[in-house]
Design a protein around this ligand. Sequence first.
Ligand code: NAP
Length: 259
Amino acid sequence: MFTFSSRRAVVVTGGSKGIGYGIAKVFAGAGADVLIAGRHRDVLDRAVDALREYGGRVEATVVDVADPSSCRSMADRAMEAFGQIDVLCSNAGIFPTARLADMTPEQLEEVLGTNFKGTVYSVQACLPHLEASGHGRIIVTSSITGVITGYPGWSHYGASKSAQLGFIRTAAMELAAKKITINAVMPGNIITEGLDGMGQEYLDGMAASVPLGRLGAVEDIGNAALFFASDEAGYITGQSLVVDGGQVLPESVEALQEI
Ligand code: NAP
């Protein structure tokens, strides 16, 4: 398993469910102290109860990552709880659909405001504490969507996920002097509560497009984030890792059928 030179305090935005919950679970299991953050207190409280079973101290705070002052309060809460922030997992995100022809300025702003600006604001808020740790790590949850693939209705979402990767390249250079690394994980199709109720046929159809033959688990993304936060990944910055079971590889339907 990956190692850490000392105890780590980790902030996970969007840690109340889905991929963020999986990231929080993996870090808690590795013995880290974890602060999860999201907009809904009731969902956060349920997640804290479940996460405390995996070890480490787990706390929660309400945040709207699209609001810079709310992000600063989140960082304050982590400092109050743990006295340090070593790792930020900037994961909170939304993915409503809107066709380009009908997309309103409000819809565009909502998606870019949460997914892209929310990443920038979360990083800015935690920056002084990550620098103070002497080994700060930032892991951004991007996507294959927008960077490698497209999906009708998600042009704004895809742009927000691409923007995150544009952001980390230069951020990595600016943060290097502060001994902070910043990297991104690009998930493929991951099973989350959002897919509940879609039916087995739908899930089987999605899994059939993945060479490894299954949809991703939230822990698959958590493990990649844990790697980027580990001592062993200390020389990696400004990079992005696709975690998709090979989903982006087939160059045609025929290529998939040849497996
Ligand atoms: P999810 O299950 O809907 O969880 C989203 C999390 O973000 C929740 O904790 C949610 O809590 C929080 N959140 C949303 N808006 C927020 C805001 N303005 N401020 C603070 N927290 C906010 O979604 P998910 O599928 O796990 O997605 C998580 C990340 O993975 C996103 O960045 C998404 O783009 C990326 N991703 C997901 C997949 C996938 O297959 N699931 C694939 C590629 C990339 P509240 O609603 O309570 O705020």
